[in-house]
Structures are given as C-alpha cells and as structure tokens.
Design a protein around this ligand. Structure first.
Ligand SMILES: NC(=O)c1ccc[n+]([C@@H]2O[C@H](COP(=O)([O-])OP(=O)(O)OC[C@H]3O[C@@H](n4cnc5c(N)ncnc54)[C@H](OP(=O)(O)O)[C@@H]3O)[C@@H](O)[C@H]2O)c1
Length: 216
C-alpha cells in the first residue's frame, strides 16, 4: 500500500502471486476506512501490518528557529493519524475474531533524543510510539501484538549528507521481518544510535549545549 501506483505495479509484477497493490494516501482518513472496508468485504484478515508510511528526512526537516504549527499538523496527520487509522479499523475487529495479528510501527531513535530542526518529526514519532506502548499493554492478554522499531539513519531519498552508520533500506527491511517473526516487542537495529541518543538524553542540558556548539 502506498500512493505511487508505479512503485506498486513494479512490485506486483515482481510478486504476481503474493502482492496485492493498493493505492492509499494515509493522510486521508476516509481512504483508510474505504481500503479497510473493501478488504473486510473480501474476507481478507491481514495478520501482519507494517505501518511504515511516514514523512522523514528532508520532507520532515524544519527551520530549527521557527515554529510552524502547519508543519506540525502535517506531520501528525501522516506519522500519527496515518498509523492510528489502521489500528482503529482493524485492532478490535481482529481481536473479536480472535485472529492473531501483529502491528509493527516504524518509529525512530529521535524518540530518545530530539535533535535540532526535528521538533515536529520527533513529536509525531514519540506520540505514536507511546500509543503503541500503551496498546501493547492494553491488549497484552489477547491475540494482538504491537511491536516498535527504532531505526537510526536509513539511506532513503530524503536522507541528505554523510551520516555515519547509515543502514540501507533493504538491510532494515530484512532485519524488521526477521525480528518481527521472532515476536520481538522492541527492535533497535542501530546499537550506535540507540546508545548515543540515550546518552545525550541522559546528559545534563549544559553539556549537551556544549556538544551542539561543537557539532553544528
Ligand atoms: N530514513 C530514515 O533515516 C528513517 C529513520 C528512522 C525512521 N524512519 C521512518 O521510516 C519510515 C519510512 O521512511 P523512509 O525514510 O523510507 O522515507 P521514504 O523513502 O520517503 O518512504 C516513505 C514511504 O511512505 C510512503 N508514504 C509517505 N507518505 C504517505 C502517505 N501519505 N500515504 C501513503 N504512503 C505514504 C511512501 O510511498 P508513496 O510516496 O508512494 O506514498 C514511501 O513508501 C517513516 O515512518 C520514517 O519516519 C526513517
């Protein structure tokens, strides 16, 4: 599922027996409802949801010294409600049918430490991550699972510059599938960024200011 029909068609041609291409813009809550209703009518019961669609990198970047509520709104619509919409449509529906189902969220290490110029992105990821944490606890004794992935930088089109320890999208995809199938509740693919962001969050603010002065 994505907005780009061309990319979906390429995948459908590559996997003709197993790939059902669906065009959907997750910023449109009615589109999420329509797609879900069509699948339900056909008695499709997805047992694994990779809720990965989101704005990141250049598209998510903002002027560090300028707050624009419209940008925050856009990020929340896609990165928060664009994920939540699927949970609303499917979680209780599949729980009542007692269908074992896993929802996987692509979060970010920005949840541990929000760098400058990423207020809206970090806020949207933190919000949906907390929702996932709570849902996992709310549904702990049911057939539903809510898993969270905290990637560091991934070499996608939006990632500009030379960032150390960047993973390829393919490497992350393989990692996510492998660890999801193991049922791992939280996945932290980048040891480096998981440690560094937690350390920065833990350090006293004045030391972080000094580090930022040197780095920026
Ligand atoms: N790149 C990184 O460094 C990084 C790090 C941590 C986490 N992440 C997370 O990884 C996820 C994927 O990001 P990415 O870096 O791979 O970006 P990307 O290359 O731009 O991919 C974004 C994906 O989301 C889809 N998408 C975007 N907006 C959509 C919408 N409104 N409706 C439906 N699909 C939409 C895009 O497909 P269409 O354009 O065809 O719709 C595309 O498949 C995001 O949740 C991001 O926050 C990325």
């Amino acid at each position: 599922m994505a907005r780009s029909l061309d990319k979906l068609t390429t995948l459908a041609n590559e996997f003709p027996d197993s790939f059902l291409p669906i065009v959907c813009d997750v910023s449109d809550e009615n589109a999420i409802k329509n797609v879900s209703n069509n699948l339900k009518k056909k008695n499709y019961f997805p047992n694994l949801f990779f809720l990965n669609a989101g704005l990141a990198g250049e598209e998510a970047a903002e002027n560090p010294r300028k707050i624009e509520a419209a940008h925050h709104h856009k990020m929340m619509v896609i990165n928060y409600f664009g994920v939540l919409g699927w949970i609303e449509e499917w979680a209780e529906y599949l729980n009542l049918k007692e269908k074992p189902t896993t929802f996987v969220l692509t979060s970010s290490v920005n949840v541990f430490f929000a760098p400058p110029g990423s207020a809206a992105y970090s806020a949207s990821k933190a919000a949906i991550t907390k929702t996932f944490e709570s849902l996992q606890r709310s549904y702990f004794d049911t057939c539903l699972r809510f898993l969270i992935v905290y990637p560091g930088p991934i070499a996608t089109k939006g990632l500009k510059g030379n960032v150390p320890f960047t993973w390829s999208a393919e490497k992350l995809a393989k990692y996510m599938v492998e660890h999801t199938l193991k049922g791992q509740y939280t996945m932290e693919p980048s040891l480096f960024y998981s440690v560094v962001t937690r350390l920065l969050n833990w350090l006293p603010g004045r030391i972080v200011d000094k580090i930022l002065k040197k780095v920026l």
